[in-house]
Design a protein around this ligand. Structure first.
Ligand SMILES: Cc1cc2nc3c(=O)[nH]c(=O)nc-3n(C[C@H](O)[C@H](O)[C@H](O)COP(=O)(O)O)c2cc1C
Length: 211
């Protein structure tokens, strides 16, 4: 299953309800291969991708992911206003899906944990810019293959515990976990605010009439 790039960009939404059915190594390989086509600073490619299928490892990380929901994310959702392009009803649906993924995180048949080998350097914006393009490539590739996923970073609220459960060695940090599986629902369209509200021309705060 493939499609026009712009169609895919417009309907690759967070797919949080996934079937536990297995996903072939061949498809996961295609997704990873799309990931490493992304740019990285100086083309250094210090990315490493930990593919997790082991139910015990996924469960151990899900426990941390759920704790982070209970302590931080759940209360935030309960009090926050809907984001641009959403409304109360859609935001409520998003919250319900976030809760669902929290409870079923470990049931996604395959996870890709996107990591960087840092050595002694600390994670910063520059390093993030060298891994998230690969992450987005993988989300789009999964979509093109009919697979659902969501960019998740919540495990970082409990970073030490989660990275221990993932078995990451010193000098390696995780930037995202992509739970991947066949979706229960349908793709897209993604809801966003108005382009005009996000774009300025020449001077900060001044909209362009062509946007
Ligand atoms: C940096 C980042 C971290 C995210 N972390 C999580 C997460 O931990 N759990 C989750 O369910 N969604 C997570 N998301 C997904 C966003 O909530 C989602 O992209 C957003 O709600 C838009 O969803 P849509 O594309 O379906 O409209 C994350 C997205 C980004 C960009």
């Amino acid at each position: 299953m493939s499609g026009d790039i712009f169609e895919i960009l417009h309907n690759t939404r967070a797919m949080r309800r996934l079937k536990p059915d297995p996903v072939s190594d061949e498809l996961i390989r295609k997704i990873l291969d799309a990931g490493i086509r992304a740019p990285s600073g100086g083309n250094n490619q210090t990315w490493r991708f930990l593919v997790i299928k082991d139910p015990a490892i996924k469960k151990a990380v899900q426990v941390e992911y759920k704790k982070a929901y209970d302590d931080v994310i759940g209360p935030r959702y309960a009090s926050a206003a809907p984001p641009p392009g959403s409304d109360e009803q859609r935001y409520h649906r998003q919250h319900t899906a976030v809760e669902y993924l929290t409870d079923h995180y470990h049931e996604a048949p395959v996870w890709i944990v996107a990591c960087l080998e840092h050595g002694d350097s600390e994670p910063n914006r520059h390093s993030g810019a060298s891994i998230y393009p690969a992450v987005q490539n993988m989300l789009l590739a999964a979509r093109a293959l009919g697979l659902g996923s969501t960019l998740t970073t919540r495990h970082l609220i409990r970073e030490a515990e989660s990275e221990k459960a993932l078995g990451l060695p010193p000098g390696v940090h995780s930037y995202a976990i992509l739970p991947i599986g066949y979706p229960m629902g349908n793709f897209g369209p993604v809801g966003r605010g108005n382009l005009k509200d996000f774009v300025y021309e020449d001077r900060w705060g001044e909209s362009a009439d062509w946007v």
